[in-house]
Write a protein that binds this ligand. Sequence first.
Ligand SMILES: [Zn+2]
Length: 229
Amino acid sequence: MLSLARGRFLRLFIGNMASGKTRHLLTEIDTLRRYGHKKIAVFKPMTDSRSGRGCIKSRKGDEDAAEEISATDPRDLWAILRAKESAAGCRFEVVAFDEVQFFPRNSGLFQLVRHLLDQGYDVLASGLAFDFRGEPFGSTPDLALLAEDRCMWMTSYCTKCGDRAPYPQRIINGEPAHYNSPQILVGGDETYEPRCDEHFILPGRTVPGVDEASPQRKIWPMEVTPEDN
Ligand SMILES: [Zn+2]
């Protein structure tokens, strides 16, 4: 009986917009196909409209065909994968996903990817780390746990100053978007720019992690105030 190699790996390209995540994903796919002779199935959420229908595309212009699956219930992947394997007459070795942030945490993508790994597939993925609020985006952080040290952080640079830019600044009608605008806007007039900590502007932002009354802040103050003379 043929036994499958278990405990395959997930390689995740994670970072901000314009950091080369999709470009690196496409390079990896091309290398594995061309030199590793691997059969690869590529998927993306239907939510992704930037690349156009039925494909994934880097900002540089590289592209590859991709099957679109539901962002809220990505289990349609199984039927598509089986059909592709039947048509090819062999088992695929690698499954790739672009834009994994569009799969919400409760979509089941984490469990699906873990199952793919258990089934002997290697998995490649790319995803935005933070949303326009500077908060963890969809399934990306969950997949980072599965990727372990194969999580590759891609850097982008601030459009204002050129510093490292972790956050996507959402701009609507030339103004920074309010904290309360929805996490995902489909087909809107908004644009995005990579921004650093200093130039990331988010009107209405609350800071839930900060406790002004915390005793630690009194014992170890974060801000040093000049001493009175
Ligand atoms: Zn900046």
